[in-house]
Design a protein. Structure first.
Length: 231
């Protein structure tokens, strides 16, 4: 009877040890995934490796010290230079207004090879349009007038993560969260989103009338250029 009891105790101890080892391995695996995603979100070269060779061959060296206009980032003639679709999304995710509030955004479409995104601050106070030229090996480290760009350290909202989608959302910012999750899963095979956005109430939010007119004008012009159907 004593031998049986000892055997049971040993078995339970081994079982507990195996569970602990399994948890440690899972934790290590999760940490490795987070580290990989973190490095990808912060490193232009790692982002570029995710693109097909045919696209990478089109990317040019950026000129960090070049001159910019007063309309930088807000017009088709002086767009923000970034490294591909992931560069656009991580750039928006690093933007914040003068109060330190981050932005969410979605892609309206493209004109003459320049992508146009609609963005709004997480407090829904600041609405804007940002123009991107995405055929560069590295992204600009400057922000359009009146905005700020986090270039290192903790991003707006307290943590790294994507806060924009390259899909067109007809009723932006309504139903933003599921589209954001879909975008990051498609790009990184992992939902590398800003987790604070899960609790952001985007439903029933209305664009200001002045901004709505701007959006309608841009969308009409984009559609007139023969852009594909909304995605």
């Amino acid at each position: 009877m004593l031998d049986l009891l000892i055997s049971v105790i040993i078995s339970l101890a081994l079982f507990a040890l195996l569970i602990k080892i399994g948890k440690q391995r899972n934790k290590k695996r999760v940490m490795q995934i987070f580290e990989k995603v973190y490095l990808t979100l912060h490193d232009d070269a790692k982002q570029n490796r995710l693109y097909p060779e045919s696209y990478k061959s089109c990317l040019q060296e950026n000129e960090p010290g070049r001159g910019i206009s007063d309309e930088y980032g807000r017009c088709i003639d002086d767009p923000v230079r970034v490294n591909g679709p992931l560069g656009e999304l991580t750039y928006i995710s690093r933007l914040m207004n003068k109060n330190g509030v981050g932005f969410i955004g979605h892609r309206l479409g493209s004109m003459h090879g320049v992508d146009i995104f609609e963005i709004v601050s997480e407090d829904f106070e600041d609405w804007d349009l940002i123009y991107f030229d995405m055929y560069w090996l590295s992204k600009d480290l400057i922000a359009p007038d009146g905005l700020e760009l986090v270039t290192d350290g903790v991003w707006p909202g307290g943590a790294s993560g994507i806060s924009a989608t390259n899909n067109f959302l007809a009723h932006f910012p309504n139903d933003f969260w599921p589209n954001l999750m879909q975008t990051t899963n498609a790009l990184l095979n992992f939902p590398a989103v800003k987790t604070n956005l899960k609790h952001l109430n985007t439903n029933d939010r209305m664009r200001p009338s002045w901004h709505d007119r701007s959006i309608r004008s841009v969308i009409v012009e984009i559609r007139a250029k023969g852009v594909d159907d909304d995605s």
